[in-house]
Design a protein around this ligand. Structure first.
Ligand SMILES: COCCCN1C=C(N)c2cc(S(N)(=O)=O)sc2S1(=O)=O
Ligand SMILES: [Zn+2]
Length: 260
């Protein structure tokens, strides 16, 4: 019998076959080892000034849960920190695991968090988002770690309540009057380094700003995230979990810290 084995080579170890950047020397995510981090006193604080009216929709694209914002003008912007100029907020999304002991993309001194929130901003000096992807200073992503705890952030509720309306791939729902800066932890401390998208085509256009202090989510909120399906509504339910990319080589890059 001819064993017709169709191997769908879609895993992260195969991305480079279609996206050569995936094997570049500035890939993300990476592990942050505090002993190798350099405290940079010249790093200024970062500031987000977001317009709640810029929030538009929330969707399940089969790979993550994403909130999209109006980025047609400087309406919701990120400034300061390692950045020059104002970067426009385009979307936020999450990466999470099938259990609480893993799920984040970046790892801090061996610690994997249950999830990682990414707020994606782009530099309007490059005209549009597509143009920004081609520039080393084109995109800035703020990463916020999520850990499971007893005092969940009430503001996380808003995103996770919407999840019931976008259970399957392709589902989109209005998501308005939302200021994502309410998701930020108290401390402004961050690490920053130059890296890439953690999904294909893996362009190396991202200034990563990873917040040191995690925010808390409840076990129920994590269960909701894990109740999303990778498949469409007329297909079998396939839990959308473990949508994180494995660690990539640091290749001599310096990670700077805004704190001692
Ligand atoms: C409305 O947005 C259209 C483009 C959506 N994007 C697609 C990704 N896979 C992606 C992954 C990103 S990550 N995990 O490196 O932050 S940022 C990003 S993104 O470039 O913002
Ligand atoms: Zn991401």
């Amino acid at each position: 019998i001819l064993h017709s084995k169709i191997s769908f080579q879609t895993g992260p170890e195969h991305w480079h076959q279609n996206y050569p950047m995936a094997k570049g020397d500035k890939q993300s995510p990476i592990e942050i080892n505090s002993k190798d981090v350099r405290h940079d006193t010249s790093l200024s604080p970062w500031h987000a000034s977001y317009d709640p009216g810029a929030a538009k929709t929330i969707l399940n694209n089969g790979r993550t849960c994403r909130v999209v914002f109006d980025d047609t003008f400087d309406r919701s912007v990120l400034r300061g920190g390692p950045l020059t100029g104002a970067y426009r907020l385009r979307q936020l999304h999450l990466h999470w695991g099938s259990a609480d002991d893993h799920g984040s993309e970046h790892v801090i001194d061996g610690v994997k968090y249950a999830a990682e929130l990414h707020l994606v901003h782009w530099n309007p000096k490059h005209g549009n988002f597509a143009g920004a992807l081609k520039q080393p200073d084109g995109v800035a992503v703020v990463g916020v770690f999520l850990k499971v705890g007893k005092t969940p952030k009430p503001e996380m509720k808003r995103i996770l309540e919407e999840i019931d309306n976008i259970k399957t791939k392709g589902k989109e729902a209005p998501f308005q009057h939302f200021d994502p800066s309410i998701l930020f932890p108290k401390s402004r401390d961050y690490w920053t380094y130059h890296g890439s998208f953690t999904t294909p085509p893996c362009e190396e256009c991202i200034t990563w700003i990873l917040l040191r202090e995690p925010i808390e989510v409840s076990p129920d909120q994590m269960a909701r995230l894990r109740s999303l399906s990778k498949n469409g509504e007329n297909e079998p339910m396939c839990p959308l979990v473990d949508n994180w990319r494995p660690l990539q080589p640091v290749k001599g890059r310096i990670v700077r810290a805004s704190f001692k």
